[in-house]
Design a protein around this ligand. Sequence first.
Ligand code: TXE
Length: 498
Amino acid sequence: MAELKTELKTYDMYINGEWTASSSGEYFPSYNPATGEAWSKVAKGTAEDVNRAVEAAHQAFVNSEWTHMTYTNRGKLVRRLGELIAENVDELAQYETIDNGKLIREMRGQLNYLPEFFYYYAGLADKIHGYTLPMDKQDMFAFTTREPLGVVAAITPWNSPLYLTTLKLAPALVAGNTIVIKPSEMTSASLLELMKLVEEAGFPPGVVNVVTGFGEPVGETLTAHPLVRRVAFTGGAESARHVVRNTANNFAQLSLELGGKSPNIVFEDANPDNAAMGIIAGIFGASGQSCVAGSRAFLHVDIYDQVMERLVDRVSKITIGDPLSDSTEMGPLATEAQLKRVADYVNIGKEEGGKVIVGGEKPEHLDKGWYFEPTIFEHTDNNARITKEEIFGPVLSVIPFKDEAEVIELANSTEYALAAGIWASDIAKAHRVAKAIKAGIVWVNTYRSISPIAPIGGSGLSGYGRESGFDAIYEYTQSKVVWVNTSSEAIPDPFIMR
Ligand code: TXE
């Protein structure tokens, strides 16, 4: 790969195995959140570019080397891509940090783990099988197969560009689909760097395509395109509503991975040190810009002071600053709009009577860049807007509770249902609460753990469908049933009733 340059770098799109400018010839800037300055320019895709990419993906699906490749060989290509990522972790991590402001050490950690997702799915490639059916009719033999869907459209956000792409790309490919990816207009660079590795791995042209640009026209044209058979979307609810409406045109299957307002529930018998560390990792990791951010901490009154003391002590000491420095513990927000959103919510929280215990301001020593202090709010009840609405920033709401039934009701009083943390020693209670909580992911005595083996997804305002794990294979395939008449007898006249 090319050496990382800090001057304005130019990124073209990747369509049908070729690097190509936009049909408009236009570019738009991509900003470094640590400085607020443009560092690269990216091809501004058009509807025409989308049509070209989808057509290429369709051709690659119906009539190419990819169409006839064995599942085993597709798996080998996906594994090779994982290996190439492993060889380029440092460089990819730098691009992600420059583009989205997340800590270099977090991005390095995430990217070091990313190949495991490719290896997991590569291993599954030739194990995607159907089954024979124990038929209720004599002389009928029937079996199912699982087939790819066709062209997949992947729409990704800015918070973890390569990780969230991988959750779509790896299962889509091993299942035999082709794909057109539209990254966030805020963070296109690392995905385009990844395309160099896709090329090096040897994927046939058209199997993986990237069209860069904005929701309108790129996202809109892509998700409504008649040749797209599945859309995998990660982002905000507003854009998701557009995508849902668009898929009414093409009836593409759809999965939506949206946000959350995830609770971390700490019972009186929990280890207070572990619970405090889990809460901090859950909300201040990635500056709170994570779909599973644990933005609400419910603390049992008997352990409230112990956990709060630990939270305040550690959060007040978080080192905030340059995300490229290894000693930084919290970086900036990814966009100026996100910084404004966080500051606005903090003001709303104050006006509604929430008490700021730590933070609550833009740090004075960081005048350049989109930084906000890690912030803890204390609430006496659960009715404030900031305890209900997703902020997507480093803002934690702490709320007390007295018993199990009360906390289940409090935790479930949100339209989101993505993730939850439970901190307790009584394992029976932990299981009871895990069952009662509305969430697609529940962590007990841990938080924010991920694995290629475990599915991710939610319900309600958090979306639907599952990514990661074996579940994703079902999302990228459909079953076909084949009936075979094994009888040697003549087929009777259909109009003679028997
Ligand atoms: O996301 P958008 P935004 C939440 C979080 C955040 C809020 C808004 O609460 O504050 O969403 O973030 C593309 N048709 N999450 O506005 O716009 C867009 O170009 C098709 C949670 O930045 O939804 C980008 O590629 N696509 C989340 C992608 O959608 C469209 C991560 C996501 O951007 C489109 C990010 C359209 N009409 C935000 N309009 C998570 N689950 O982790 C936009 N896009």
